[in-house]
Design a protein around this ligand. Structure first.
Ligand SMILES: [Zn+2]
Ligand SMILES: [Zn+2]
Length: 254
């Protein structure tokens, strides 16, 4: 698999970090977008990727830093010369996500175009198959319905934790992951009921025996820390895997 971090940021404006979106290329060529933060179109272009080649979009939850780019993406497929889409776009998410998609489609009749959007309603704990991939969801702990996603394809596993405080369901979903894509919102001095800290993210990786941990959704308090300060937060855990604080456009092949 190949993962490209399109947006490692949050809702907090930042000159070099876009809100959450990530591109996942499976070994059979299927292309997944994991969340659609504002600016994901621009980031796809910067990454040298063609938005028209995206087959599937998973949306973890309806916070604007994860879904704010959806209308622009659909508009580009509809109106932008050279980007007109013909193939079906598959969008996956909770009932809330389905409602948001319906809203996006409803506010402009001009979005009704030459391609179909197929919405796939996901419930918590659902396992489903798309092509060669086996996927599974779990509910995260966040103020609105939020789902984490496990993607297993050709023997490799990616876990996208989305937003959320640590919880057993997400840790269980992460077991044996080759790459764990988790939020590290805050330093450990800033505990939260709806997000997780750096050390809590590393604890998930440790408990799940994940091979590599890629940390995103970095709030300013984490960005203000030096690399050594960030690493000192979790050094006593002795996690044997690699921990990476990702910048936008970071690529991982695993
Ligand atoms: Zn959120
Ligand atoms: Zn968020």
């Amino acid at each position: 698999m190949e993962l490209i971090v399109l947006g490692s940021g949050t809702c907090v404006p930042d000159p070099v970090r876009y809100p959450s979106s990530h591109l996942l290329r499976l070994d059979d060529g299927e292309l997944w977008l994991l969340d659609v933060g504002v600016g994901c179109l621009q980031q796809l272009m910067r990454a040298g990727e063609n938005p028209n080649e995206i087959d599937h979009i998973f949306i973890s939850h309806n916070h604007p830093d994860h879904v704010g780019g959806l209308a622009a993406l659909i508009q580009s497929y509809t109106h932008a010369p050279g980007f007109k889409r013909e193939s079906t776009l598959n969008i996956y998410g909770s009932n809330d996500v389905g409602n948001y998609l319906h809203y996006v489609q409803s506010f402009s009749a001009s979005f009704e175009s030459g391609f179909d959007i197929a919405f796939h309603h996901l419930v918590d704990g659902q396992e489903f198959v798309v092509g060669e991939a086996i996927l599974r969801t779990a509910a995260a702990i966040h103020p609105i319905p939020t789902q984490a996603l496990r993607v297993e394809s050709y023997g490799k596993v990616l876990l996208y934790g989305a937003d959320g405080a640590p919880c057993d369901a997400v840790t269980e979903l992460a077991i044996g992951a080759d790459l764990l894509l988790l939020e590290a919102a805050y330093p450990s001095s800033m505990k939260s009921d709806v997000h997780q800290t750096i050390v809590q993210a590393v604890e998930v990786a440790l408990n799940a025996k994940a091979r590599k941990l890629v940390l995103v959704h970095l709030y300013p308090e984490v960005l203000a820390m030096s690399h050594d300060q960030r690493c000192s937060e979790f050094k006593t855990l002795n996690y044997p895997g690699e921990v990476i604080f990702a910048d936008d456009l970071a690529r991982f092949i695993f």
